[in-house]
Ligand binder design. Structure first.
Ligand SMILES: Cc1cc2nc3c(=O)[nH]c(=O)nc-3n(C[C@H](O)[C@H](O)[C@H](O)COP(=O)(O)O)c2cc1C
Length: 402
């Protein structure tokens, strides 16, 4: 990021303390950072801390005679390569979505056509509120980039999505925007599947499973951070679309296969979705009613096998096909059998037995199974599993390049 100029807008959220670390990381990488601090932001961090870390004057006031003559709000907004709002409060997102300009930060954001990256941070209810969802959707439609938020414990004691992305994730997102094509997987294309599938029984009922999509989404985000042109095909999930990733939302296994095939050619396929093995043989057009004493019989037929299909895609087969094995017992043994049966290159095996906390949880303990051996990875966050897997993929493809 040598020589890149960033305007960091710090708004009023408890996560503002992480912005201090973000400045350090950006400066270590050679970026010049200038800060705008909102009145809300100044309740959480001081202008002095930001000034000390950036070695620049911090801008807080819109109606400032000296600032306007030295570095006016218009110039401030245009002298940067990227505007980063971190943390982005619900309030500043609302102002951005609706074109309000009642303080320096919102005015700068309205007076610019420089790309903008937001790192939202707020209480889970604020994040899930329809007003915030609609504001975000509007901003994303207009091309505003987003990193996070992550799910986890919140400063307010609640749990859920709303935690600001970690400084390293924000740095990676900035680097992806300012230096596209610079990552280890630049020039590579990846297809990733994620989440469960829903197989309809009738208009109101379906067969599903407990997959949350967290692991698959984290892998897609990690591949994109390394510069891969990434296409995520996801079943129904509440996970937000990862930044910098093309996303197809599908429902059934058949839709998922069609979307994966449409996303080929690719160098990498990672099949992390928990695809339903079976679907109802027929889908009733009307809701199935209780009739008589006997419950209706549910006939199942097998769904297409996406991993096996991509592994046998002939000249359209990705160079590296990675499957996931969710097992409840003999995890490694079953996964090794799956590797042989499906014709894929690697299997990431994880224990999803009751009590493992894998489905829906933030952590995962996996084993990476290749033809030549098994690597046992320690328990780590799903994001860290994504990063480590993306790095292993890059190592493998670097090896096959040379
Ligand atoms: C202790 C405390 C923590 C807060 N944390 C957040 C937060 O994380 N995210 C958020 O959107 N608002 C948060 N707020 C509310 C904002 O600070 C408030 O909406 C403010 O008007 C935002 O101003 P700004 O966006 O102009 O900086 C918090 C308020 C308090 C008192």
């Amino acid at each position: 990021m040598n020589g890149k100029r960033l305007l960091l807008i710090v708004s009023g959220g408890i996560a503002a303390y992480k912005s201090l670390e973000l400045i350090r990381r950006l400066r270590e990488r050679g970026a010049a950072v200038r800060c705008v601090l909102t009145a809300g932001g100044a309740q959480f961090v001081t202008p002095l801390s930001l000034a000390a870390l950036t070695e620049e004057k911090v801008h807080c006031e819109l109606f400032s005679l000296t600032d306007e003559s030295e570095m006016g709000h218009i110039q401030l907004s245009r002298s940067a390569d990227l505007l980063v709002v971190a943390p982005a409060s619900a309030d500043i997102l609302a102002k951005m979505a609706h074109g309000l300009a009642d303080d320096l930060a919102s005015t700068v954001l309205l007076a610019t056509d420089t790309p903008v990256l937001v790192a939202p941070a707020m209480n889970v209810r604020m994040w899930q509120h329809p007003a915030t969802r609609a504001n975000l959707a509007l901003l994303e439609q207009r091309g505003v980039h987003r990193v996070g938020p992550n799910e986890g414990d919140m400063a307010c004691g609640e749990y859920g999505p709303g935690r600001m992305a970690e400084p390293d994730e924000i740095v990676a997102a900035i680097s992806g925007l300012l230096e596209p094509g610079s990552g280890r997987l630049a020039g590579r294309r990846a297809v990733v599947t994620s989440g469960p599938t829903h197989e309809p029984i009738d208009p109101v009922r379906y067969i599903a499973n407990r997959s949350s999509g967290k692991q698959g989404h984290a892998i897609a985000a990690a591949l994109a951070r390394l510069g891969a042109e990434t296409h995520l095909v996801t079943g129904p999930t509440i996970e937000p679309d990862p930044p910098g990733v093309a996303v197809s939302h599908v429902v059934t296994a058949r839709d998922m296969l069609a979307a994966c095939e449409a996303a080929l050619p690719a160098d990498i396929a990672v099949c992390a979705a928990a695809v339903a093995d079976w679907r109802a043989a027929t889908e009733a057009e009307q809701k199935v009613k209780k009739r008589g004493k006997a419950p209706p019989e549910l006939k199942l037929v097998e769904n297409p096998d996406i991993l096996a299909t991509l592994s046998a895609a002939g000249n359209r087969r990705p160079a590296l096909v990675v499957g996931f094995a969710a097992e409840t017992e003999s995890v490694v043994k079953h996964a090794q059998a799956k590797l042989a049966k499906k014709g894929c290159d690697w299997i990431v095996a994880n224990d999803v037995s009751a009590g493992s906390g894998t489905f829906g949880g933030d952590a995962n303990t996996v084993h990476l199974i290749r033809a030549d051996g098994v690597e046992d990875w320690p328990s780590m966050s799903k994001q860290a599993v994504g990063d480590r897997l993306a790095a292993a993929i890059a190592d493998h493809l670097d090896g096959s390049r040379s």
